[in-house]
Structures are given as C-alpha cells and as structure tokens.
Design a binder for this molecule. Structure first.
Ligand code: ZN
Length: 736
C-alpha cells in the first residue's frame, strides 16, 4: 500500500510532514543594534525604551488572533523557561530520556512560538508542531521545576493545549475560515459568506475592519446575530467619544443583527497605552507628541480615525532618530484580508534606532517616471512608506508616506550560503551572492516608494464629487472614459478583499522590476556601468527564482495561497514565462542526490526587448483595474495567473513537491531587551541561538509576567466557546 520507500508517493507524504516542523538547524540570528543604541542621547534611549515596551505588550495580542490554543501554549512555555533556563531544562531533559536532537527540537519549537507569537508561521500561515514525541514532551513538563511549583496549573495548561499543539488535522494545518483552516479573527462557525456580509455591513456604517473581530451566534429567536468587537481599553459601557457614539450599538442589516461592541484585548492594550504615555514625556518634538496622543486615543477608544491622525503626525516626523510604527495595520493574516494583525514587535511592528555612525548614506530617493501614461495620474511622493494595505491608504494617497527599511534585519535575513542556493545554474551563483544585497535594496526602495507609493484610486465622495475628471480621463486599456470607481466608504481592501494584499504586492514588485531598468534610478543607488547591468540581471533573476520558491506557500488541498508576496512573485514568474522568446526557462532536473530538482535560468539579453514590455503591459493592466475598482476584471486577471496546475510544460504542482523537498527554513531573529536602570536605559543582548531567543522572552516582562499570563488565559477562556464544541470542554475530560 505504501509502495517502495523511494517512490514519489512516499516521498511526497514525508515532505508534507516536514512542512509542519521547524528544522533543528533553522537559522537564528542576533539583531545587533548595540552601536546604534550606544550613540543615542539619554532622552532618545528612554523614548525608545518605553515605545518598545508598548510594542512588546501589544505583540501579545497576536496570540489571541492566531489559534484558540496559542495563548495557552505561550503561557506553558513561558512558565517552563522562567523557572528553569534552557541549559538547566536541557539537563533535566537528558535525564528524563530525551535525546539531544529531541531537546533541540523542543527549543526550536519554543523559539518559533515566541518569534511568531503563536503556533502558526507569520510568513506562510502554516502550523508548526514540536518535532519530538508527545509523551516525551509531557514527561519533561511533568518533571520540570515549573510543574513542581504549580502542578495543578501546569496540568491544566497541558490539558488545554497539549492535544492541539501536536494535531495536524486537515483543518488545523493552516490559517483559514471554517473548514479551510483555523483563525481566531472569526468565530469557528464563520465562513466566507459571513465575512462578506460583515464587510458589507461595515462599509455601510463606515466602520473599518482593521481593529475588529467577528463572532457569530444565534439569538433565542433563532436569528443570526454577529458581534463586531473593536480592540480597545474601554468597554462598551464606558463613556463613548462623539466619533464612536453612533457606531457602538445594534443594527439590523439584511435580516441579521449586527452588534458593535468594544473592549477586545483590553488588559493588554491598557499596558500599551500606559507605556505610550510614558513615551510621550521623552518625545523629541511636537509631531511625536501628537502622534502618541492620537495612538493613545486610538487604543483607548478603539478608534481607527484617531490612528489615522496619528499616522499623519508620523509622516510629518521626518528622519527621526527613533523610528517606530504601532497598530492594527497589517492584513496579511486575515483569511478575508481586511483585518489587521497588531503590527507590534517584528514580525508585527517595530521600534528602530538610526545608527548615527552610518547615517547620511543614501538620503532621499526622489525619482519619478511615467509608467502608465498621463491620463491615469499619479500622486505626489514624499521621501520615506507605511505598509501597503494599512487603513491609512487614503492618507498615503492624499498626504504622503514614509518608508522605513531595517538595515540589520535585511543584512541578516539575506546572507546566503552558496550550498543553500537552490535552483540556480552554477555560473549564476557567485554573481547572485555578490549582488543579492544591492539588488534587494534597489528593489525594496522602488517597491515601497514608487510601487505602493503610487497609483491613484478613482473615488466619488458621498457628496457626489469625483477626484478625477469624468469627462476627460481615458482608460488606456479600452480607450474609453472611466466607467467604474470607488464610491462612499469603499476602499481597496474592502473591494478586492481576498486578493487585495497579494495583488498590491504584485503591483509594487512590478514597479520595482520595471524601474530598476532605468539608469537614472540606479545612479541614485550609486550603481553604474557593468555593476548596474549585474544588479538588473540579479534583481530579475531573483524575482523568477522567488516565483518558483513561492510554490511552498500554495496549498493544493484548498487551492489557496497563504502568503501575499510569494503569490505575487509566482504571478510575475508566470507573466515572464508567458512572454516567451527564451526570456525565462524552467526545467525539471535530478539533483546530485538523485532526488528531483529544478533549474531556473534567465537570458539577460532578453530582459530589455522581451521582459520590459511584458512587465509594462501587465503592470498597466493591474493599475487600471485597481484604479477603476474593477473587481471582476482584477479577479479574472490575478486569479488566472495565480492558478497552480500540473499542466505541461512547467507542471507547477510537481515543482511544488521539489520546492518543498529543498526548501530552507526562514530565519528567526533574536532581539535585545531594554532595561531601565536608575535614570537611564541599558541594552541587554542575547546570543543568536534558540536558547538566546527563549532567554530574551523569559526576561521580557520582568515586572508583570504572571499577571500578563493570567490576562491572556482569561481573554482566551472568555471566547473559547466560539471555537470548541461544548463536549470538548467538559471538565471531566480536562481533569481526566
Ligand atoms: Zn509591499
């Protein structure tokens, strides 16, 4: 039945398993910021300290937005490692019969939970489980110091999450709605239709989905009742400010009741607000002060409008020494695409400091080129961008934006070893390693500034006025006047929902590919002559390789993509393959190890004559459909290029198996803590290992770790009935 051990089927099933564990040799790197931190003035250090406290507290919210079991897993691990550090627990592990490999697997798992803030990957949305036998882990926990101190609590925690920690049932393998996966943005009984109806309701009331969750129940009369719950410190009964007053109530909408409430994550957001208040005392200027005041109001009241005000100040705060962004602004992980993860500590937000010893290197990138013709119009660009799908899209369009690139993150994340460079020809590898960094810098700069930062949306305000001339603007695709646009409260995210993130990433990537061909652009990056040619080649080569690697993030069982950027790169690969004329070639091969492999090559002489016009045509189509709110056209185009089949000659589904077989796990970052000592702040760094990462988390909340853990468990308890069927919760079972 299972076939020969080396048969493709056997191989395939083993690969599926490896997809759901983090390998023992996963890359872990220290994000070093000691020099930059040392060069800060005392006030700047205090500002950075309190702001990063706010971010770390806010980051805990992500646990409640991932899976029903994530908070309990986090608490269990935190207690284990607070009572015994990784070395001490390691000794115990050996004495209870764990092999070194098994204990390392456990450390890597714990590091994964901490750095993803949950048991699903923040990049790719798949679940990861501990790579050791469950009974061995249970035995270790039962022998641990934490268990000796609090046996009842530890046992209860294990009962709450032990099963789900290891389970790889089809529904639990990835984030998604109802039978398609797991999510705690929506109650377990919500499907795509519920999400769509809720979005319609939110649009009708001009409520942003970014800081909300949706819970569906039947009332006593059997009518469907949705609770839209806003994230805020204050509850629904607390005094409401004038902006939210008309919104916090019940509405009848299309035969259902929608109840808008607030107070989600309240005890955690309280810590965020406290620390933002302390940050304010050390602001460097009034822009920072006002920014913090608006963010405080946003998190206290649950107001997205206040967050937008804060972002306006953030944009005006040009070139600050301590840069940050905080809030519910990323929508990559919402299965429906319109709710924000809390963009708190990386990967969910950041506080960064400028390295004064290195500053002034590049300055502002200020360059524009007409890409899609005069008739479509572009918006002004200021120097530095928020994220692509933030609720502040409208601010980006009318007022400008900032781009923040995190140097130590990029340099660590993209350090590549030659033997780990898959799917490239031998003769490309050295060039690739040499130019990967510079070409990435060019691509990211163009992607953020001129990609996300450009492209007007055609909007008709409620009063009827349009932001474009309906009698004059011509659609370059059809040669006719504009036929469709955004109305009233409609936004890019609410209109394009499930494809919005990836489509927008694709548009920005295309802008980067297209503009990197421009010599003036490359000169801004101090690239000329042969170097400039090489950077162009490597940037394009990297894109087509990324398109192939992207297949890792496609789930054949559900036919869905789990990662916006990787889907975008796959789409671009398809566009360039379709351009033909030998621009890109993609072959199935056999590796030196006898296992399936692949080879991707790019003909550098065809980039200008074939690649450039292909990207130009595709980018124009993307932009026109986006600008004109043409959802049907956009879905047809983007869905078509996103389809993964096993049709020849590429046979992408089979290539996906090869990609999984040879994939390299994503690196994890070990981040410093800051500690208040007297009147000043010190930086505490850790070694770049799984143990170092765990230590950094054990010391992250020195004053109130236990209180926070209690809050997390209470918050997750209060809603657990939305995901677990009642029988699973019977006390008899958890006490068994
Ligand atoms: Zn982007």
């Amino acid at each position: 039945r299972a076939g020969h051990p080396c048969s493709p089927r056997r191989l395939a099933s083993k690969m599926v398993d490896s997809q759901y564990v983090l390998p023992n040799d996963v890359g872990l790197a220290l994000l070093d910021c000691s020099e930059a931190f040392r060069l800060l003035l005392r006030g700047e250090r205090l500002y950075a300290h309190y702001l990063s406290r706010a971010c770390w507290y806010g980051g805990l919210v992500v646990l409640l937005q991932t899976s029903p079991e994530a908070p309990a897993i986090y608490v269990l691990l935190s207690r284990l490692f607070r009572a015994q550090d990784p070395d001490q627990l390691g000794e115990l592990a050996r004495s209870t019969g764990l092999t070194d490999q098994e204990y390392q697997a456990f450390l890597v798992y714990a590091a994964g939970v901490f750095s993803n803030m949950g048991n699903y990957k923040s990049f790719g949305d798949t679940k990861f489980v501990p790579n050791l036998p469950k009974d061995k882990l249970r035995r270790l926990i039962w022998q641990s110091q934490a268990f000796q101190e609090q046996p009842e609590e530890m046992k209860l925690l294990w009962d709450r999450c032990g099963e789900l920690m290891f389970s790889l049932d089809a529904q639990q393998r990835q984030l998604g709605l109802r039978e398609k996966g797991t999510t705690t943005y929506f109650s377990g009984n919500c499907c795509l239709e519920d999400a769509q109806l809720a979005q319609k309701f939110l649009d009708s009331q001009n409520i942003s989905a970014y800081n909300t969750r949706l819970f569906k129940e039947k009332d006593k009369a059997g009518q469907t009742c949705y609770e839209v719950r806003l994230a805020s410190v204050l509850g629904t009964d607390a005094p409401v400010d004038h902006e939210l007053a008309p919104k916090l109530r019940s509405f009848e909408f299309e035969g259902c009741t929608f109840r808008v409430t607030r107070g989600d994550y309240a005890p955690l957001l309280e810590r965020v607000v406290e620390n933002l208040q302390r940050t304010k005392a050390h602001a460097a200027n009034t822009n920072q002060e006002h920014m913090l005041e608006h963010y405080i109001r946003s998190f206290t009241q649950g107001s997205i409008a206040a967050h937008k005000e804060g972002s306006r100040c953030w944009i005006r705060d040009k070139g600050p020494i301590v840069e940050s962004y905080i809030g519910f602004i990323e929508s990559y992980r919402d299965p429906y695409g319109s709710r924000g993860d809390t963009r708190f500590p990386p990967p969910h937000g950041f506080v960064a400091v400028v390295n004064k010893a290195m500053c002034g290197a590049r300055g502002a990138l200020c360059f524009r080129e007409k890409v899609w013709g005069h008739s479509m119009g572009q918006v002004g660009l200021s120097q530095v961008s928020a994220s692509p799908t933030s609720p502040d899209d409208d601010i980006r369009q009318t007022e400008g934006f900032k781009n923040v690139s995190l140097g130590n993150v990029l340099s660590v994340a993209y350090a590549t070893q030659k033997d780990k460079l898959t799917f490239l020809a031998e003769e490309d590898k050295d060039l690739y390693i040499k130019w990967k960094g510079p070409s990435f810098e060019v691509q990211v700069g163009l992607h953020e500034l001129l990609g996300h930062g450009s492209g007007k949306l055609f909007v008709q305000e409620e009063k009827g006025t349009c932001n474009f001339d309906r009698e004059a603007v011509i659609n370059p695709e059809t040669g006719e006047l504009i036929q469709s646009w955004y109305r009233g409260g409609e936004t890019w995210d609410s209109k394009f929902s499930t494809i919005a993130s990836s489509y927008e990433e694709c548009r920005a990537e295309c802008v980067g590919l297209y503009l990197c061909l421009n010599k003036d652009v490359l000169r801004i990056f101090e690239l000329e002559g042969e170097d400039a040619e090489d950077v162009i080649y490597i940037n394009w080569l990297n894109m087509v390789r990324a398109g192939l690697l992207g297949l890792e993030f496609y789930t054949p069982e559900t036919g869905t993509w789990r990662q916006a950027h990787m889907q975008a790169r796959f789409v671009i690969l398809r566009v360039l393959l379709e351009a033909g004329e030998g621009l890109v070639s993609l072959q199935h091969t056999t590796g030196a190890d006898g296992k399936p492999d692949a080879l991707i090559t790019l003909n550098r002489n065809k980039i200008l004559p074939v690649g450039k016009p292909a990207i130009e045509r595709f980018l124009r189509r993307l932009q026109v459909l986006k600008s004109t709110a043409d959802v049907a056209g956009g879905r047809a185009l983007y869905g078509g290029f996103s389809a993964v089949t096993d049709e020849g000659p590429e046979r992408f589904l089979s290539l996906r198996d090869t990609v999984l077989l040879r994939k390299e796990a994503r690196k994890m970052f070990v981040q410093a803590n800051t500690r208040l000592e007297g009147e000043d702040v010190t930086l505490v760094q850790y070694e770049g290992t799984a143990a170092g990462l765990i230590r950094s988390f054990s010391e992250r909340f020195p004053e109130d770790a236990e209180l926070l853990e209690r809050h997390l468990l209470e918050l997750s308890d209060a809603d657990s009935h939305f995901w677990h069927k009642p029988p699973k919760q019977l006390p008899s079972q958890s006490r068994a």
